[in-house]
Design a protein around this ligand. Structure first.
Ligand code: SF4
Length: 92
């Protein structure tokens, strides 16, 4: 399951400096969750927070590389099992 804007917000500096071009850290988090911008737009994300907020645009999202990968992979596998042959063919 993808991180929500609130999940992402918890890892941001919360200074509302606006240097990312967005007026508040919460608004930045919501846009990041919606994939409307990239994490690199905020120069103040800590090195500790980056692994949690890193994500890729592969067949499924991997946000929390330190703890939730197995959970996400399991959820993905369960979702695949519910697809019919035509849906699988369409997804390939
Ligand atoms: S640059 Fe980072 S700290 Fe500043 S408002 Fe944007 S998200 Fe918040």
């Amino acid at each position: 399951m993808a991180l929500t804007g609130i999940d992402i917000f918890k890892f941001l500096p919360k200074t509302n400096c606006g240097e990312c071009g967005i007026p508040t850290c919460l608004a930045f988090a919501m846009k990041l969750a919606a994939r409307q911008l990239e994490l690199a737009a905020c120069p103040y994300v800590s090195d500790e927070a980056k692994p949690y907020l890193h994500f890729t645009f592969t067949s499924f999202d991997v946000f929390d590389v330190q703890g939730r990968f197995a959970e996400i992979a399991r959820e993905f596998t369960e979702q695949i099992k519910t697809l019919g042959p035509s849906q699988l063919k369409q997804a390939a």
